[in-house]
Ligand binder design. Structure first.
Ligand SMILES: CC(=O)SCCNC(=O)CCNC(=O)[C@H](O)C(C)(C)COP(=O)(O)OP(=O)(O)OC[C@H]1O[C@@H](n2cnc3c(N)ncnc32)[C@H](O)[C@@H]1OP(=O)(O)O
Ligand SMILES: O=CC(=O)O
Ligand SMILES: [Mg+2]
Length: 564
């Protein structure tokens, strides 16, 4: 579904100045026009034209691999690339500006949050166009404006209600990394030769075009810009990114290896490709990261047709499960062998303001998780909230001291023997009715927020974003598909369409009670419920929650195109 904004007296007649073959159908805004310049759009369209067939092929290969998993195959190491895994090679040396990444804060590209994150005391801020952003035209373009102001060092935000002006604490700001969308997401408001552009090429292209020079001069000490690359499944996808980087460096007249990126290992197929991914990006790499939430989602998705590999309740799938620990250990071993950072992941706990005891318990869980990571050899980790930075910093600094990272000191040779069986081992735990109910409440509330422009939310004292909500969705789908018996709570109830319909109705009532009648009436809960319900009960599993939801937030403006 694409929404077309009607002409009205308030519709601006301004439009973007576009190069040949490019059509911008998003709302016109004078601020956005400073980003969507003809030259910047020309660069994005060149990337699109050069790489679109490679991207389509890579996405087709993902589907082909999934067909094999659905037919009973298991993912594993590729015998054809054994020489890369066994060969002695290292990635380009770490840029001094980002040698120390012990605490990284993440967050959507919202103006106030960017300032807060850059001022938070974290070493790095990952500005996110992915899991934590609702992909509306307004948020995406406003995000580009915000990032440009941040790189220029001029970003400010005035909070009227508090009469507070936010600005950067120069020079003590975090180093900026940007995470573009995954390959699968289109940008429906920008057409190149009549086709929606690839979302990540828009995010990367616009950001790189406007910021590379200032970034390298003022923030990267001659390197950069820096990126995080999400949701890849195979080294061929890393090869495309490497070529995109080379193309961008040539356009900007930069030396090869200026741009650096950390790849999130957050799909099950990618864990068997870590050496290969680093190899493809060896001149542009700055490590790998354990994207644990998407990884869990991917485990369910990969094994969607394997009823013998069902996960227990979401809350029980932590990093101490054997398959999760093996993934983290092998990632550390691989990164350190290749001379780059092995980054840890996100603990979902956030500060709980109104309950001191619960807050201390949440902080303790974060401490424990981070201690496990630093002891295992991770060089740094993620924080979801500024209130967690000091706690996490203390854990990492107590252990690492002033040494910027553990690349040379924690080789983890013992993890060289992690096997396919270790990485696929069935998780232990139980499935419960409460697990089904919580998945449903979280999934619907997250989608309702996403549809109204918010991509990360606090729910039941945890951070929820697209990755965590995906787990709720695919788990419900799989339990329904296989009529799982929920026996962890002694009830022994079988999940059926009838039961699920009742659960959805009851959980919607609970949500209404929790958020209040007014918010429920004016929010998008019913629309979210419809989307979530359809996805959980679909005969075939949808690839991504946000692909379907995206269709509900696309708004084409007629002044962008006479063809509409
Ligand atoms: C699976 C993954 O991909 S993880 C990575 C993607 N996910 C994320 O990045 C999630 C980032 N975190 C967040 O979005 C938020 O912390 C939430 C939604 C979880 C909680 O948000 P809130 O409930 O609004 O937080 P809260 O009200 O406690 O915020 C207090 C202050 O901290 C700021 N803040 C909270 N989180 C962040 C953040 N990640 N970055 C910067 N500032 C932040 C708020 O803006 C607020 O600032 P103010 O006091 O100046 O107004
Ligand atoms: O992007 C991070 C994740 O855990 O997913
Ligand atoms: Mg993720």
């Amino acid at each position: 579904m694409t929404n077309v904004a009607p002409y009205s007296r308030t519709t601006s007649l301004n439009c973007y100045d576009v190069p040949n073959g490019v059509d911008v159908r998003g709302r016109y805004d004078d601020e956005f026009a400073k980003i969507l310049t003809k030259d910047a759009l020309q660069f994005v369209s060149e990337l699109q034209r050069e790489f679109r067939s490679h991207i389509k092929y890579a996405l087709e290969c993902r589907k082909e691999a999934q067909r094999k998993y659905n037919a009973g195959c298991l993912p594993g190491f590729d015998p054809a690339t054994r020489c890369i895994r066994e060969g002695e090679w290292v990635c380009a040396s770490v840029p001094p500006a980002v040698a120390d990444r012990r605490v990284e804060i993440t967050g959507p590209v919202e103006r106030k949050m960017i300032i807060n994150a850059l001022n938070s005391g974290a070493k790095v801020f990952m500005a996110d166009f992915e899991d934590s952003l609702s992909l509306t035209w307004e948020k995406l373009m406003r995000g580009q404006v915000n990032l440009k102001d941040a790189v220029d060092g001029t970003i400010t935000f005035y909070d009227q209600a508090r009469n507070r002006l936010y600005k950067l604490n120069h020079p003590h700001t975090a180093k900026l990394f940007v995470r573009p969308r995954g390959w699968h997401l289109p940008e429906a408001h920008i057409l190149v030769d009549g086709e929606p552009a690839t979302g990540c090429l828009v995010d990367f292209g616009l950001y790189f075009y406007h910021n590379h020079a200032t970034f390298r001069r003022t923030r990267g000490a001659g390197y950069g810009p820096f990126f995080y690359l999400p949701k890849m499944e195979h080294a061929r996808e890393a090869r495309i990114w490497n070529s995109v980087f080379e193309r961008a460096e040539t356009m900007a007249g930069l030396g090869s290896g200026s741009i650096r990126a950390t790849v999130l290992i957050e799909t099950l197929p990618a864990v068997f490709q870590m050496d290969e991914i680093l190899y493809e990006l060896r001149d542009h790499s700055i490590g790998l990261n354990c994207g644990r939430w998407d990884y869990i989602f991917s485990y369910v998705k990969t094994f969607q047709a394997h009823p013998d590999r069902l996960l227990p309740d979401r809350v029980q799938v932590g990093m101490t499960q054997h398959f999760m620990r093996s993934y983290s250990d092998l990632l550390i071993h691989t990164c350190h062998r290749r001379g780059v950072h092995a980054m840890g992941g996100m603990a979902a706990q956030i500060p709980i303001r109104d309950d001191q005891v619960a807050n201390e318990a949440a902080l303790e869980l974060v401490r424990k998780d981070k201690l496990r990571e630093v002891r295992a050899g991770h060089d740094g980790t993620w924080a979801a909230h500024p209130g967690l930075i000091s706690v996490i910093m203390e854990v990492f600094t107590n252990y690492m001291g002033a040494t910027p990272n553990q690349i040379e000191t924690m080789k983890r040779e013992d993890a060289a023997i992690v096997t396919e069986e270790d990485l696929l081992q069935r998780p232990s735990g139980v499935r419960t009715m409460e697990g089904l109910r919580l998945n449903t409440r979280v999934g619907i509330q997250y989608l309702a927020a996403w549809l109204t422009g918010t991509g990360s939310v606090p729910l039941y004292n945890l951070m929820e974003d697209a990755a965590t909500a995906e787990i709720s969705r695919v788990q419900n789908w799989q339990w329904l598909k296989y009529g799982v018996v929920l026996d962890g709570d002694g009830l022994g109830v079988k999940v059926s369409l009838d039961l699920f319909a009742r659960v959805v109705e009851e959980e919607m009532a609970k949500i209404e009670k929790e958020v209040g009648e007014e918010k429920f009436k004016h929010g998008k809960y019913k629309e979210a419920c419809k989307i979530f319900n359809r996805q959980c009960t679909a005969p075939t599993l949808d690839e991504f929650l946000t692909l379907d939801a995206y269709n509900h937030i696309v708004i084409h403006h007629p002044n962008g195109s006479p063809r509409l």
